[in-house]
Ligand binder design. Sequence first.
Ligand code: SF4
Ligand code: F3S
Ligand code: FES
Length: 237
Amino acid sequence: MDYRFKIKRYNPETDKKPHWEEYNIQAEPTDRLLDGLHAVKWYHDGTLTFRRSCAHGICGSDALMINGRNQLACKLVMQEAQKQAGKNQPITVEPLRAFPIVKDLVVDMEGFFAKYRAIKPYLINDEPPPERERLQSIAERERFDDTTKCILCAACTSSCPTFWADREYVGPAAIVQAHRFIYDSRDQSTDERLTILGERGGVYECRSIFNCVEACPRGIDVTKAINEVRQALLFHS
Ligand code: SF4
Ligand code: F3S
Ligand code: FES
């Protein structure tokens, strides 16, 4: 089938600002949008730049704004992308919003990962490790099951109007990652993480706009995680 792509392009070496370019490609309706981007790159313009790695919705590297909403290019099939765009309309592809563009569809994620690192996204437990593993009951493990699914694609943070307006806000992805450790019974650094998240730029900046929940390709209940971190703050204060 024929498909029309409208892709936002930007080369910092030659362009003053981003512009749209259109490409006609052939693809199967069940091909993924990522295959369509490969078709543009391989058969039309080898300079098109985008990130991808696993092609199976695991690495989180190909989150893009497709038809105006944040989605993973490798999880969206062409027929669905066309349905979203509307009959005879081009499928639009843009870089994630609110991050500086490096080139074409690639954005600078350094600020995003700095916020992620700030909440200490690793297990902290200073007690000597037992002979085997640190045990946990099924219920204890289930307590943070939802937030373990995060693949750090940044679709949530990039879709959050609070983050657009206030770049000090850590953003939903960092809070989801903090939740994963705050509610882990083996972790001992809850107070430290809550201190960071209780300050300016932390969980109280969230205005419950819910774009993050819609954007998450892993179906994580992001706002529930944010509210549970707020509850932990109340409990610990
Ligand atoms: Fe991506 Fe969802 Fe994790 Fe946000 S919470 S970074 S949208 S996987
Ligand atoms: Fe933003 Fe989600 Fe809160 S979109 S304002 S983090 S509910
Ligand atoms: Fe890894 Fe899409 S390429 S999530």
